[in-house]
Ligand binder design. Structure first.
Ligand code: NI
Length: 177
């Protein structure tokens, strides 16, 4: 278990399509997840994708307990999601502010589907199948985008809504996710 360095935007390793996990419940997978958890907690993040620590596998974790940056946001259960498949359940999208541990100190206004089904597996190979909305749906879309080489600035519709935290939200304490 160790905290790993997080790759930053501009690193070509963040732009790859990650590969599917083929074996579950292995020492390597548990070790990867332990490192991802340690790293996410150390950085006070909401989620982390394996490619962000240079591991090109379709593995993400996320968790939202109470977050001072999103006082009105619902909580999101601690989740390990492997080989995810996302299915929007309507065409409806909404804009919301996002940050990313690979783009520290910045935020952008990003459109995401509001109603989403996601399927995949946990680290033991057990199936996950959830239908979610709102902030939970946003977090899943953000993290799974990392598995296809997408960073949130690529989704911003109007780059005037992209900037540094202290300039966008003066006086607020904000976290990267
Ligand atoms: Ni991110």
């Amino acid at each position: 278990m160790a905290t790993r360095a997080i790759l930053r935007m501009g690193d070509a390793l963040l732009l790859r399509r990650a590969e599917a996990v083929t074996q579950f419940d292995t020492h390597e997978l548990h070790s990867l997840l332990a490192d991802m958890r340690d790293t996410m907690l150390a950085m006070d993040g909401v989620g982390l994708a394996a490619p962000q620590i240079g591991v090109n596998l379709r593995v993400v974790i996320f968790e939202v307990s109470s977050n001072p940056r999103y006082p009105d946001a619902e909580t999101v259960p601690q989740t390990v999601l492997i080989n995810p498949v996302l299915t929007p359940l309507s065409d409806a999208m909404e804009e919301g502010w996002e940050g990313c541990l690979s783009i520290p100190g910045m935020r952008g206004l990003v459109p995401r589907y509001t109603h989403l089904r996601y399927q995949g597996y946990d680290e033991h190979g057990a199936e996950i199948d959830r239908t979610v909305t709102g902030f939970h749906a946003r977090v899943v879309q953000h993290e799974c985008d990392h598995l296809d080489g997408f960073l949130y600035p690529m989704r911003i519709r109007d780059l005037r809504n992209f900037g540094f935290n202290e300039a966008l939200f003066p006086g607020e304490t904000v976290r990267d996710e």
